[in-house]
Design a protein around this ligand. Structure first.
Ligand SMILES: *Cc1c(COP(=O)(O)O)cnc(C)c1O
Length: 430
């Protein structure tokens, strides 16, 4: 496959942009080689600057649940462009989308729009601290909540430790208030809460972990978490930036029937434009400025363009049967991948929740823990990734990212992917 234009652009980018990219994972550090530069998206396909076409399973890292340039989203954007781009003041559409979000997620009675997922989690944590008048927070190993200082921490595997920053520039003092617990470990939750539950402002969790590949919650994990938070006056924050409108119309909270105190959203609700949101009960949300004393603001919050795209997207995904169809397509894909891996003798397993999935190399049982994710065979993944890329299938360039399928992926694209995978698996065992 000819990648000359991408290579040249990458060389140029390296001269002006740190690492040549505007977000680290785009740089292909996890797989080696040069990142591709894209010039267009069309349904299930991405087109790079060398005119190669790829079936896309990244979907802009989640938002594009309808595929690229869905006609309803494009139309909504065109119409809004004719009206105005930004006013820095209130609009009817932002009320419509807020009402729609509250209807789709009953745990949300009031919702505030922001511009990214990071902003949503940062604001939700501040609100939880303000509401509970407590400082300490809990997150889980392997969960990502954006690049908020106090959330940029994971722990040494399995053990319960005080937070050590993952990044230079984050003062230790900022993360001293962050505790890390192992994901899907009910016993660790119980023993932690029996010790210091009363001091914890909030627990933030990805209800389906999607930033250590895709790891669904084990039965009892979210239920225990809900119960312990309620008992200790701790707020439960579901970070549904990835899972919201992705695993089901009502998000992971509808799939697992758990009502969090606060929810953070992003990705899908912007239809591909920069949007985030956080919401919860009226009582908690009333504490946000201007009515309350927890400050939060944003120049471009509720951007008319982003809201127009988001509303168009929400209308389409609210149509009956939308998720059933998407889910069965993902299942078809994953069953096909597992079967081809088995035939080729490559250790491989998959996880799936709705339109979100994970593929794991070198583990054959179901993956439920961070430590199993870490045992994934990186060499196999890299060879698979590059072989798939060469066959015209674009996967996330990291073994620790979830995969996404869109409504634009049809039988033809799935078949193309499976044919590519058959070839990729056969090269792994050579
Ligand atoms: C992507 C993501 C974020 C961060 O969102 P940005 O828009 O990249 O700031 C936060 N939480 C989760 C679960 C995510 O997947």
């Amino acid at each position: 496959m000819n990648n000359e234009n991408s290579r040249n652009l990458y060389d140029l980018a390296l001269q002006y942009i740190p690492g040549g990219v505007n977000s680290p994972v785009r740089a292909f550090k996890g797989v080696g080689g040069n990142p591709l530069f894209f010039k267009a998206g069309e349904g299930a396909y991405l087109i790079d600057v060398d005119d190669n076409r790829y079936v896309d399973y990244v979907g802009a890292w989640g938002p594009l649940i309808l595929g690229h340039r869905h006609e309803r989203v494009v139309l909504a954007l065109r119409e809004q462009l004719e009206q105005g781009i930004a006013y820095g003041a209130s609009t009817e559409a932002e009320v419509t989308i807020a009402k729609k979000i509250c209807e789709l997620m009953p745990s949300i009675e009031r919702v505030r729009l922001v511009t990214s997922g990071t902003e949503a989690t940062m604001s939700a944590i501040r609100l939880a601290r303000g509401y509970t008048k407590r400082d300490k927070i809990v997150k889980f190993e392997g969960c990502y909540h954006g690049h908020v200082d106090s959330l940029l921490v994971k722990a040494g595997s399995g053990s319960l430790t005080l937070g050590e920053p993952d990044s230079l520039g984050v003062p230790k003092a900022f993360t001293d208030l962050t505790y890390i617990l192992p994901y899907n470990d009910v016993a660790a939750l119980e023993s932690f809460f029996s010790g210091q539950g009363e001091e914890i402002a909030c627990v933030i969790v990805e209800p389906v972990a999607g930033n250590m590949n895709c790891v669904p919650p084990v039965p009892g994990f979210l239920e225990t978490l809900r119960e312990l938070c309620s008992r200790h006056g701790t707020l439960l924050i579901f970070d549904e930036v990835m899972t919201g409108f992705r695993v089901a119309l009502g998000g992971a909270q509808s799939v697992y029937a758990i009502s969090p105190d606060l929810t953070t959203l992003g990705k899908v609700i912007g239809g591909g434009l920069p949007v985030g949101a956080f919401g919860g009960s009226k009582e908690i949300m009333d504490l946000i400025a201007p009515d309350g004393a927890v400050y939060q603001a944003g120049t471009l919050s509720g951007s008319p363009l982003a809201v127009a795209a988001g509303l168009a997207m929400l209308e389409v995904i609210s149509e009956p049967g939308f998720y059933t169809k998407l889910e069965s397509k993902a299942k078809l894909l994953l069953d096909g991948l597992e079967q081809r891996a088995r035939t080729a003798g490559v250790p491989f397993s998959t996880n799936q929740v709705g339109a979100m999935f994970g593929c794991f190399f070198s583990v054959e049982e179901k993956v439920t823990h961070f430590s199993q994710v870490m045992q994934c065979n990186l060499d196999h993944f890299q060879r698979y990734f590059h072989s798939m890329l060469n066959s015209g299938v674009y996967l996330a360039p990291s073994a620790y990212e979830a995969g996404f399928i869109s409504a634009a992926h049809g039988d033809e694209e799935i078949q193309k992917t499976l044919n590519a995978a058959e070839k990729a698996f056969s090269t792994i065992n050579k």
